[in-house]
Design a protein around this ligand. Structure first.
Ligand code: 5GP
Length: 192
């Protein structure tokens, strides 16, 4: 599997250290309250698990899954998004943190924010492992971010290519030819 990797952007140690820092930031910001982490399946599960362990205040966890139609990927940049698996519990009056693997164009995150905001949480924030602001199409308020990344398709720490590489403990760029084309995804945008 590592034959397809061009370079490692962030090592396992760097990822762990940064998640620990962000966990501390979150614990301080929400001190005296509980925080509900909402993970977006499947990409955010590794990050959410590590993050939850790094947070020292009480944490609740719930998950949702999205799927796209009109495109080949779950990314909103490939087509329209809908919720394929909803949360198990309501979020009314809760301090909610949407936990993302990556915010790229921002379209998926914006859709999820709008959907969750309509359910009356006490607060609603965004925490992402990776942020690629260079490709942003819609502005979304990212409250906590571990790493800013360049304009290359990445895998590892939950992020996949054709469902593989999620279990890599580092963030890596794939060799040309094996990577997903970000340019292709950008040209197929279709969003409400
Ligand atoms: P957005 O709607 O922000 O453009 O897309 C967010 C989703 O696109 C992410 O949750 C992720 O599933 C997918 N995505 C965007 N960039 C990458 C990338 O570099 N690598 C992987 N594996 N997925 C990506």
């Amino acid at each position: 599997m590592t034959d397809s990797i061009e370079r490692v952007l962030f090592t396992e140690e760097q990822v762990a250290a940064r998640i620990a820092e962000v966990g501390t930031e979150i614990s301080e910001k929400y001190r005296g309250r509980d925080v509900k982490l909402i993970g977006v399946l499947k990409g955010s599960i590794f990050f959410l698990t590590a993050l939850a362990r790094a947070i020292t205040i009480p944490v609740k966890i719930d998950f949702l899954a999205i799927s796209s139609f009109g495109g080949a990927s779950k990314s909103a940049s490939r087509g329209m998004v809908r919720i394929a698996k909803d949360l198990d519990e309501p979020i009314e009056d809760e301090d909610v943190l949407l936990v993302e693997d990556i915010v790229d164009t921002g379209l998926t995150t914006r859709y999820l924010l709008q959907t969750l905001a309509g359910r009356g949480p006490r607060s609603l924030g965004i925490c992402t492992l990776l942020d690629r602001t260079v490709r942003r199409i819609v502005q979304v308020p990212v409250d906590f971010r571990c790493f800013e990344i360049p304009d290359r398709f990445v895998v590892g720490c939950g992020l996949d290519h054709k469902q593989l590489y999620r279990n890599l403990p580092f963030i890596a760029v794939l060799k040309p030819g094996t990577e997903e084309s970000l340019a292709t995804s950008a040209s197929r945008k279709s969003i409400p």
